[in-house]
Design a protein around this ligand. Structure first.
Ligand code: HEC
Length: 130
């Protein structure tokens, strides 16, 4: 038994090390690097977007091509910047969430305070990139 553990412990440690080397794919490193450089959605903004935008702009939504918030961290920084500016335009012009949607889901309408929070985030994200 002692012999077996003497073998198993180093063997499993070796496997663990090998696993760490091979199982940490470049994509993970790339993603964390991207996330570090990219535009972070602050908690407060995230909450607003989750309620008012995610129904359509997520993996399961029908407008994920235009904007997929579920995949935010996989967008490269330039794309994020472009999307941030688009979000700013749509929200400030009252185009998003779509008026039809708001009519049926009045709770998902953006309040002036929420719009201001989004605008502030967009301003700081855009200037941070210049
Ligand atoms: C009811 C579904 C729905 C909701 C909710 C919704 N959108 Fe959209 N959105 C769409 C559709 C559909 C399009 C693509 C068609 C279009 O451009 O009008 C779109 C397009 C967009 C675009 C891309 C516009 C462009 O010209 O590239 C942005 C940015 C956007 N939405 C932001 C938002 C934000 C921010 C919210 C929440 C505040 C939101 N949307 C909520 C349906 C929705």
């Amino acid at each position: 038994m002692k012999k077996l553990t003497a073998f198993l412990v180093p063997a499993s440690m070796l496997l663990l090390c090998a696993g760490l080397i091979f199982a940490s794919p470049a994509s993970f490193a790339q993603q964390t690097a991207k996330a570090a450089k990219g535009i972070v959605i602050p908690k407060k903004v995230n909450k607003i977007l989750t309620a008012s935008c995610l129904p359509c702009h997520s993996d399961a939504g029908r407008a994920k091509r235009a904007l997929n918030l579920s995949q935010w961290n996989t967008y490269d920084p330039a794309t994020q910047l472009q999307k941030v500016n688009n979000i700013g335009n749509e929200v400030s012009r009252g185009k998003m969430p779509p008026p039809m949607f708001v009519e049926n889901n009045p709770k998902q309408a953006l309040t002036a305070k929420q719009k201001a929070l989004i605008a502030k985030w967009i301003k700081s994200s855009a200037s941070a990139k210049e």
